[in-house]
Design a protein around this ligand. Sequence first.
Ligand SMILES: [Zn+2]
Length: 313
Amino acid sequence: MAAPSDYALPFRIEGQNVNGRVVKLNALASEVLSRHDYPEAVNRLLGEALVLAAMLGTMLKFDGRFILQLQGSGPISMLMADYTPQEGAGGLRGFAQFDADGLADASRENGDLTSLLGDKGHMAFTVDQGAEMERYQGIVPLEGANLADAALGYFDRSEQIGTAIKLAAAPLLLPGGRTEWRAGGIVVQQMAARGGIVDIETPPERDPDHIDDDWNRLAILLATAEPSELLDADVSGEQLAFRLFHEDGVRVFEPRGLQFACPCTRERVLNMLAGLSDQDQAEMQSQENVEVRCEFCNENYLFEPFEAFAQRH
Ligand SMILES: [Zn+2]
């Protein structure tokens, strides 16, 4: 079987109770981003967010949808990426809301997180296990120069699990002037004995000083991963994990394939409309057509007013 072009590759660093993932979005980054027509700064951040969602979504100990949401007061007001486990390849999708003029100004600056989302932004990780189950949500202030730093802030504050992450997304210029996007990333994370959203095992007793030294060394090794290695389709996840951590012994597992997936349907949109307030419904009924666009995949759903609200009247 040919290796999938879009995947999360789980690996473990032997003898150190450290788990990792390499995520490669070779075709999928373009597939998600080309559904929208976003400026480059938004594509970059959304590309990285897709990688982060795939990383953490495939590390969950629950079988649920993982939603990454950034909220801010800068040119980008909202950005979402989510991962849905499903038969075969897991599903990824995402979208952003932004002010194009403000973004043009912000892009002239350094393009860091604060210039894109303001200095009072938040990041939320949500695990949705379905209507019957409790939702897990963790929210932290959006801090750091980039999305990887912000995610580390989450693990420092909320879970106190040693984590190191590197993310990258960039446009690739092809002959003929076409552009394709690539996105990729790598994470290593200590397994800890306490709770949290990630896969947990109780580590055997080890000398704490030793653990810190070993961990610091792994984090330094991870930092040497080049954006080109994360983005180049010819460098496989396995090659990258071995390049970085071969001295410590790397064991790779079956890659989890990834694909674009948006579960929106006409019926789901109708259900959503039926749940709107009476005032909103009355307003929409007075219009000629009821038009609803799925922000994730940009699919447009068009209804006659009587059809849209038939369930209630
Ligand atoms: Zn959709």
